[in-house]
Design a protein around this ligand. Structure first.
Ligand code: NDP
Length: 375
């Protein structure tokens, strides 16, 4: 064994025997940044199912969702996912650990885990109903993880999984795109300079699509550097007018929401199967406000009305959602190792600076990703 691996395995053996607690950033209630608390006494994760693994976290990525979840966003749906029979008390999710991206090394495998072994370097996007990566260890299912691409560091790797699996779910599963059908397609990304946008531009360019992006003036060169063919500055005037002067699109990925729905579907080629996929949906907000059952009903009614309204005009209206997927990350990892996709780390923070990292994400205007180095 090389020196690093020897140290690593020693660490793993000692830790799996001795550890019942670990360092982590937790929240004990929902609120602003003041609710973030560092502790050395967070519960060490346990393998509850035979297909689970425990990962030692080297780097964690933050997403806007972490800031929203810190404030309680999505708590009704997450509570239902964690406790479907509703037998636990309100607040049983606390102390809650945030952090949706992880890159690290496997410390222990459940008995049914075949594809991974202890000491494998892995990366994953952590479903929001599970404990997150702002901790020394995290437990995940083997189907949620993937071998980390070898050509990048753990810090770089932690910038990719959540936005990549979201973009994959929206563009591939919902949008119907693949590496084999993008060559002559015109794609519009509304909001190209943040986490999802910077990843989606690179993936679509690697698949041969023509990519138009909206962003603010000072991000134009940045998104062009990632491969965008055409950039429209949304701060220069009514963006819908600038965009409607262009040739129509086969797919619009909306990372912005708000009033974009009023005009973005008019930019699609009608009666060709063209799709508008938005990542900004009222689903979690509805379930927070109306409860899970009524919120889901309300959501289904809203989406059905919109789908039909646009279908009669010859375009498809869809909602996109994050979906955890080790197999998608396997494909994305190959593209990273082939040099087609690079990690766009805007700012790194140490484990002691987690509140500053949240502040950074909360301020908005992202130009790529914010990553926390854990160890
Ligand atoms: P980021 O915060 O990383 O990026 C948002 C980017 O959009 C920033 O670069 C911002 O820069 C830019 N921007 C803001 N306003 C506009 C505008 N009007 N036109 C064009 N660009 C704009 O967010 P993510 O990329 O991580 O996520 C994008 C969206 O997708 C978020 O709303 C997020 O909540 C959602 N999402 C939904 C998921 C789901 O499951 N449905 C999963 C993941 C994300 P600037 O302000 O300087 O222009």
């Amino acid at each position: 064994l090389h020196g690093w691996q020897r140290n690593q395995s020693r660490l793993i053996r000692t830790s799996s025997k001795a550890m019942t607690i670990m360092p982590a950033w937790v929240i004990d209630q929902y609120g602003n940044n003041d609710v973030l608390r560092f502790t050395n006494n967070a519960s060490f994760p346990i393998i509850n199912y035979p297909n689970e693994v425990i990962i030692k976290v080297f780097a964690a990525g933050l997403n806007p969702l972490d800031v929203s979840m810190r404030g309680g966003y999505g708590s009704a749906t997450m509570a239902m996912k964690r406790d479907p029979l509703n037998i636990k008390q309100t607040g049983s999710e606390f102390p809650l650990i945030l952090g949706r991206d992880v890159s690290g090394v496997i410390m222990e495998c459940g008995l049914d885990v075949k594809y991974f072994r202890e000491r494998d370097e892995v990366w994953a996007a952590i479903p929001p109903w599970k404990q997150g990566s702002l901790a020394e260890f995290v437990v995940l299912s083997a189907n949620e993880i993937s071998h980390k691409p070898k050509s990048i560091s753990h810090t770089q790797a932690a910038a990719i999984p959540y936005v990549a699996t979201t973009a994959w779910s929206a563009l591939v599963n919902t949008g119907g795109l693949s590496k084999d059908n993008c060559a002559n397609k015109r794609i519009l990304i509304l909001g190209g300079s943040g986490g999802v946008g910077t990843f989606a531009i690179q993936m679509l360019k690697a698949w041969g699509a023509h990519v138009t992006v909206t962003c603010s003036h000072n991000a134009e060169q940045f998104v062009k550097g990632l491969g965008a063919d055409h950039v429209v500055d949304y701060t220069a005037g009514p963006v819908e007018e600038l965009l409607s002067a262009l040739e129509k699109f086969d797919l619009v990925l909306d990372n912005i929401g708000g009033d974009t729905e009023q005009w973005a579907l008019g930019l699609l080629k009608p009666w060709t199967g063209a799709k508008y996929v938005t990542l900004v949906t009222p689903f979690l907000r509805n379930t927070d406000q109306l409860g899970v059952a009524d919120g889901m009903l309300q959501t289904a009614a809203t989406v059905a009305t919109k789908v039909i309204k646009h279908l009669v005009k010859g375009v498809h209206y869809r909602w996109g959602f994050f979906a955890p997927s080790g197999p998608a990350l396997d494909e994305i990892g190959k593209m990273v190792d082939a040099g087609q996709i690079r990690a766009v780390v805007e700012e790194m923070f140490s484990f002691s600076q987690v509140p500053q990292a949240f502040n950074k994400v909360e301020k908005g205007h992202a130009r790529g990703k914010t990553v926390v180095e854990i160890s």
